[in-house]
Design a protein around this ligand. Structure first.
Ligand code: 3NM
Ligand code: MG
Length: 516
């Protein structure tokens, strides 16, 4: 077996702890998984006696040899030698890499677990064939995991390997990977510098009713990009002026298509948000019930997840809806209202970000700093205490967070900063009355989501269009003679959103010239 040609894409780890195997025998389960498309197998058994381990290894080896894929043994070089398999996988507390290599020889495949940049670089320099990077997400399959590093942590390790000239080392990630998140994990960990060669799973295959089907569907998912990726990978090359010209056309398309904009939002803004969604040309449904999200996601619209009313049940509902929209590629805007205010909200942000992909995250400075810091890895500009960031720092925060998440980030304020990691623009429109009413941030989110529903090729264009429409409407409303203050501003603002929509439908895009 040529070590350079190993296919790491569907890496099966056969841990049978935590009762996931039930009363089934491991060997036929693995045989089914291999038939379904597992490309490499690791026997991980922390409990059996040595003689029994060798017996299992030999039986598994018959299965993997017939399929011409490698079998590795976790930790036990002696068992690997006795059974004559292709190699071992070693953890940080196991035998060292140099000794394993000396005992097994140059042809053996040796993989190493890496939890940090330092562990990854050391193992790569010392000649590991591949790295098992994790723990990505918390998992019941392994209770002594060190730290949860999320997709952002994996991505950071991959970039570091490439920067240090170690990009040739093969990589998989492990921990909580399953059918519902594998495409997102591969998408969000990838950068121009380096991407994963595959994912390692235990329960997604071993605990499945039908391990062959589980492996085969996982393999299929790994080979295709997630449904939501098109809005970020087929980016147009529009610059800021192009986008200002394109904005009225997109508003017109919104009015013509009138997509569903599903809002899971807080108690305060339900009515205002629904009115704004109607005014901009979409069709609102205000439902915080996760059970109906699957049906709603089929209708081709977008979702707002607004954390403003934070409860544990709320979070479970959000996660249900996020999975439903991710599965069909429906765009999601995440509004982490008050993200930094309480520990519960910080936990909520972390849990939701680990639970799905958000096309757009919108927040003020404190909220975006919390989002940027939520993944347990250090990020410059976020950790710098309570001081207000300068405009340059905000631009860098937004750009680097968008690049890391591979989505669009909006940092709203007197000067809004928007980035998709490659393109970054500032917008200076708006009016101070927006700061004097409740729900202006939330309804901006609903406006952005409405436009995301009809622009599936370029999320950044949808976001810039929504922000211009929203803030220029505020500028037009505030000086109207009927507006005496924030109270009378609200209805005038809804009027002006409606007028901008109508002008756009009539082919009059002059409003966008007010963009600053
Ligand atoms: N190693 P599942 S996590 C064996 O982080 C193992 O190094 C991990 O199981 C690490 O796919 C893990 O069921 C268990 O989440 C992965
Ligand atoms: Mg180990």
């Amino acid at each position: 077996m040529d070590r350079q040609q190993i296919n790491y894409s569907v890496y099966l780890v056969t841990d049978s702890t935590a009762g996931i195997l039930g009363d089934r025998d491991l060997v036929p389960v693995v045989a089914a998984a291999v038939k379904g498309g597992a490309t490499i197998v690791q026997l991980r058994d922390k409990t059996s006696e040595t003689a029994e381990l060798i017996r299992i290894a030999k039986r598994l080896h018959d299965v993997t040899r017939a399929a011409n894929i490698p079998l590795l043994i976790n930790d036990r070089v002696d068992v690997a030698l006795a059974a004559g398999v292709e190699g071992v996988h070693i953890g940080q507390d196991d035998i060292d890499l140099a000794s394993a290599r000396r005992l097994l020889g140059q042809q053996a495949i040796i993989g190493v677990t890496a939890n940090s940049e330092e562990e990854a670089l050391t193992a790569a320099r010392d000649g590991a064939d591949y790295l098992g990077i994790g723990t990505v997400f918390a998992t019941p399959t392994k209770d002594n995991t060190k730290s949860i590093i999320g997709t952002a942590g994996v991505r950071q390790i991959l970039i570091k390997l490439a920067e240090e000239g170690l990009g040739h080392v093969r990589t998989v990630c492990i921990g909580g990977i399953n059918h519902s998140n594998v495409q997102r994990v591969l998408y969000q960990t990838a950068s121009a510098q380096k991407k994963l060669d595959g994912v390692a799973v235990v329960s997604a295959i071993i605990a499945a009713q039908d391990p062959q089907e589980a492996a085969s569907s996982l393999s299929q998912l790994i080979r295709s990009p997630p449904a939501f990726a098109a809005a970020f990978t087929s980016k147009t090359s529009l610059n800021r002026d192009d986008m200002i010209r394109a904005a009225p056309l997109l508003v017109k398309r919104l009015a013509e298509q009138k997509p569903l904009c599903h809002n899971m939002t807080n108690l305060v803004v339900q009515n205002f948000a629904a009115n704004v969604v109607i005014a901009v040309g979409a069709s609102p449904i205000m439902s915080n019930n996760g059970n109906e999200a699957r049906d709603l996601a089929q209708l081709g619209g977008s979702l707002v997840v607004n954390m403003g009313t934070s409860t544990p049940e709320g979070r479970a509902n959000y996660l249900q809806a996020i999975r439903a929209y991710n599965a069909v590629g429906g765009p999601i805007l995440f509004d982490p209202v008050g993200a930094a205010a309480t520990q519960d909200r910080r936990d909520g942000v972390r849990e939701l970000m680990a639970g799905g992909f958000f096309s757009v995250v919108k927040g003020n400075e404190g909220e975006i700093r919390t989002v940027a810091g939520a993944v347990g890895i250090s990020q410059r500009g976020v950790d710098s205490g309570d001081a207000q960031l300068s405009l340059d720092q905000r631009v860098e925060l937004v750009r680097s967070t968008a690049a890391r998440e591979r989505n669009v980030i909006i940092l709203s304020g007197p000067i809004d900063v928007v980035s998709d990691g490659e393109r970054t623009v500032t917008i200076r429109n708006g009016h101070e009355y927006l700061g004097e009413i409740t729900g202006s941030g939330c309804t901006l989110g609903a406006t952005v989501a409405s436009l995301l529903a009809v622009e599936r090729k370029d999320a950044f264009l949808a976001v810039v269009t929504a922000m211009l429409m929203y803030e220029i409407a505020a500028e037009r409303a505030a000086p109207r003679p009927d507006v005496k203050g924030p109270g009378t501003f609200v209805p005038a603002f809804i009027d002006e959103l409606y007028h901008i929509r109508q002008e756009s439908v009539e082919g009059n895009g002059a409003w966008a010239a007010a963009a600053q």
